[in-house]
Design a protein around this ligand. Structure first.
Ligand code: G16
Length: 543
């Protein structure tokens, strides 16, 4: 079989963002674009000769074609073996688990997560290391450097492989093993949560709706919830993965999972609702008439994780990304365990998990996970919730009310201004940054600034530093506003404004979040001059 060395030139704009490289699908399909990036991953990680890689994606448009290219390139670069999810499918947490289980050298995960899929939508590719977690910043920097000097990539001239045929195949000297994408993951879940207890919950008539949003979690949810745990057929909706996610936006939040939200707020709502995203790492939790913010979900899971077999001995510690609300900090303090604050991006949790400093971690962006893999894990979060519901016999609303009573409630919301002109967004952030030093003590819209800074992180495990990780302004009275530019968008800039207000008065724990957050939102908008600077008066998405 001929191996080709293809001459190429560096392609601009291949700098990985918060989670790998995300671009419009049409950009990924341009001549050499994917190939250049894959070769840069291979080169940046020291070459793949003799290595084993795990490969899979969320099934979006171009997933299968891209996997064929990656396999031919892995072969030409002398990889020993590729383990591929059947049909090219692997949820991100399942891929992370497979890398760890097979002791692979790394993996390539094809997904643009919660972004829509299709020829005119988004695509993405990221590299995960041998611990199953996203490449560290140091490694993605190396990969990026390779993209800037690349002059050649290697690819085998071979026919496409049938990605649906389970078992071992050969491409020249490289073994390709096609595996069931669900089986190993389902086995792992049984070691963490109490399956018999949850099975009994469903047998007793507990009702649930899981919206897989036409994305990769469908097969996982059908198998685990319906086949293994006995939830009635029909519990999982939109469970068939499709290349364009049924023309939907596979982002599990109250805006994009509106069907589920409406159902959970209707008269005949089930006891429990959940959704997951394109690649299955995000989750949304909703009770009957009660949406749970991701930050609150992390706090709740931290408070009750010991009820599940996997965490019976307690938690080593917890971690959250900086913009995530401080609800979990309060629970961690009461448990007497450490709580770490990291920059946005799951890659920052890897070292803490590997070092055994934390057991659970989570982010405001609908991500929660634990040390069972090195990615956030949507279905795992849902199962842990089910375990807690089964053990306590309480409803979602009751659990949340108890949590707030014990620790106070962190009212929380995120405002996203999408597709903003990049220069304008950057200028707004620059001007805000320039004001920070003099802000403490000043009063804006009745709120007094207690502290203002730009978040920087010193990794306590390897000593690496990450600067410029979001501007945070705290106000007297336990309010906080955070500004960041998203690192996952594919068009212009997305400004994220995160708002938080702690309330400890037990008479004010059931207020409308919008009303509680008005003061801090107004102060943040005044301080940043966002409307005048960007021309945008209303956010595109509020979660
Ligand atoms: C990725 C990262 C998360 C991050 C999220 C949003 O998630 O893994 O850590 O919180 O993006 O990032 P940003 O605010 O920069 O857009 P996913 O689910 O998109 O892979």
């Amino acid at each position: 079989m001929p191996m080709q060395n293809v001459r190429t030139t560096p392609i601009e704009g291949q700098k990985p963002g918060t989670s790998g490289l995300r671009k419009k699908t049409a950009v990924f399909r341009r001549p050499h674009f994917l190939e250049n990036y894959v070769q840069s991953i291979f080169d940046g990680t020291g070459g793949v000769e003799g290595k084993t890689l795990v490969i899979g994606g969320d099934g979006r448009f171009f997933n299968d074609a891209a996997i064929q290219i990656i396999l031919r390139m892995a072969c030409a670069n002398s990889a020993a073996k590729c383990v591929v999810g059947q049909g090219g499918l692997l949820s991100t947490p399942a891929a992370s688990h497979l890398i760890r289980l097979r002791k692979a050298d790394g993996g390539l995960i094809l997904s643009a997560s919660h972004n829509p899929g299709g020829p005119d939508a988004d695509f993405g590719l990221k590299y995960n290391g041998p611990n199953g977690g996203p490449a560290t910043e140091a490694l993605t920097d190396k990969i990026y450097e390779c993209t800037k000097t690349l002059v050649l990539y290697k690819i085998a001239a071979a026919e496409d492989l049938d990605l649906h045929k389970l078992g071992s195949h050969k491409l020249e000297n490289m073994v390709i093993e096609i595996v069931d994408p669900v089986a190993d993951y389902a086995d792992l879940m049984q070691t963490i949560v109490d399956f018999p207890k949850i099975r009994q919950l469903f047998a007793d008539g507990f009702t649930m709706c899981f919206d897989a949003m036409h994305a990769v979690t469908g097969p996982y949810a059908h198998t685990v919830l319906e086949d293994m745990l006995g939830a009635p057929k029909g519990t999982v909706i939109n469970g068939q993965p499709s290349p364009d996610f049924g023309k939907g936006h596979p982002d599990p939040n109250p805006i994009w999972a509106k069907t589920l939200m409406d159902k959970m707020h209707s008269a005949d709502a089930p006891d429990f609702g959940a959704a997951s995203d394109g690649d299955g790492d995000r989750n949304m939790i909703v009770g009957r008439g009660a949406y749970v913010t991701p930050s609150d979900s992390l706090a709740l899971l931290t408070a009750h994780a010991h009820l599940a077999p996997g965490y019976r001995d307690g938690l080593a510690g917890v971690a959250r990304s900086m913009p995530t609300s401080r609800a979990v900090d309060r629970v961690a303090e009461s448990l007497g365990i450490g709580c770490f604050e990291t920059p946005t991006g799951w890659k920052f949790f890897g070292n803490l998990l590997d070092a055994g400093k934390v057991t659970l971690c989570g982010e405001e962006s609908a991500g929660t996970g634990s040390d069972h893999v090195r990615e956030k894990d949507g279905l795992w979060a849902v199962l842990l919730w089910l375990n807690i519901l089964a053990e306590t016999g309480k409803s979602v609303s009751e659990l949340m009310a108890d949590l707030w009573k014990a620790h106070g409630r962190c009212y929380y919301s995120r405002l996203d201004f999408e597709g903003v002109d990049s220069d304008k967004a950057m200028t707004m952030m620059d001007r805000l940054r320039a004001k920070l030093d003099g802000l403490a003590g000043s009063t804006i819209g009745g709120l007094t600034v207690a502290a203002a800074d730009e978040f920087a992180y010193l990794d306590p495990v390897d000593g690496s530093q990450s600067t410029g990780q979001g501007i945070r302004i705290t106000f007297a009275g336990d309010a906080r506003a955070v500004f960041r530019l998203s690192g996952t968008g594919t068009q212009g800039a997305t400004i994220r404004l995160y708002l938080e207000q702690l309330e400890t008065n037990t008479d004010r724990l059931q207020e409308a979040p919008d009303a509680v957050l008005t003061a801090v939102r107004d102060a943040a908008l005044t301080l940043s001059d966002l409307v005048a600077m960007t021309g945008r008066s209303t956010p595109d998405v509020i979660t």
